[in-house]
Design a protein around this ligand. Structure first.
Ligand code: 3PY
Ligand code: MG
Length: 252
């Protein structure tokens, strides 16, 4: 929404895109982080307190500097409508475990004839002033990202990759570790094997693949492994870490 080149185009170029997660209901925090130089922001409507008003305020504050993808709380049509009408550059659908779920996300996100997105006016449509232009371009510009974050999604990865309209796959290592009975143990060999399995399937199909990393140290190796969509850390964690480092320096 903020520039001529869409986030979807950026994904297709294949250059790594590094972002961070926004969880705090604060336009100011979003504005600060949009200015840092990230390639994108991951606005998290799934975990944490963000409702559609806070998500909209975040998009208003950040999007003219930095593309914003909204993670919807669940694969539900109402959330697809709300996030897209608020002007998201793309959607992240959590817990996609089947081709059917992926098809559903695409259908609800694309205007006819490609899908069955509901037609309404909102921020995305310039509050009506750019309605026609938005309707003509939205299907081409909006990035649709599905999260593989359950062992069942890993099993179904090929079928999910066969679904037309999916622009990227984003691995949720934390939920994936939980589904393997090892919550939070991202380094566990079993978790790593499942992560590699998804990555390899995506690379074989030339589908952009991404992953969340809690820390920069964990994120860097992913860049050498073919991941192009990284979300590193989250707003509240950055704030806490920076404050703690500052306090420690003063007290040293
Ligand atoms: C997970 O790790 O489960 C995530 O959803 C990260 O985005
Ligand atoms: Mg998750």
């Amino acid at each position: 929404m903020h520039s001529e080149k869409s986030f979807r185009d950026m994904l297709r170029q294949g250059t790594p895109l590094v972002g961070t997660v926004l969880t705090m209901p604060s336009a100011a925090v979003a504005e600060v982080l949009a200015d840092v130089g990230y390639d994108w922001l991951f606005v998290d409507g799934e975990h944490g307190p963000l409702g559609i008003e806070a998500i909209t305020a975040i998009l208003q504050a950040a999007q003219h500097r930095c593309p914003c993808l909204v993670r919807i709380p669940a694969i539900e049509e109402i959330w697809v409508k709300r996030a897209l009408d608020a002007g998201a550059d793309g959607l992240i659908a959590p817990l996609v475990n089947s081709a059917e779920a992926a098809r559903q996300v695409v259908a609800w996100s694309k205007y006819p004839p490609e899908g069955c997105r509901s037609v309404g006016g909102g921020r995305a449509h310039g509050y009506g002033r750019t309605f026609d232009r938005y309707l003509q371009s939205a299907n081409d510009r909006i990035a649709l990202v599905v999260q593989i974050e359950h062992v069942e999604g890993v099993r179904q990865i090929e079928a999910i990759l066969d679904v037309d309209g999916i622009d990227a796959v984003f691995i949720g290592p934390y939920d994936l570790s939980g589904s393997l009975g090892k919550p939070g143990r991202i380094g566990d060999p079993d978790v790593q094997t499942h992560i590699r399995r998804v990555r390899d399937a995506c690379l074989a199909r030339r589908k952009p693949v991404g992953i969340f990393a809690a820390e920069a140290e964990a994120a860097r190796p992913y860049l050498d492994q073919g991941f192009v969509l990284l979300a590193v850390g989250a707003d509240a964690v950055h704030l806490g870490n920076a404050a703690e480092a500052s306090l420690n320096l003063v007290r040293e």
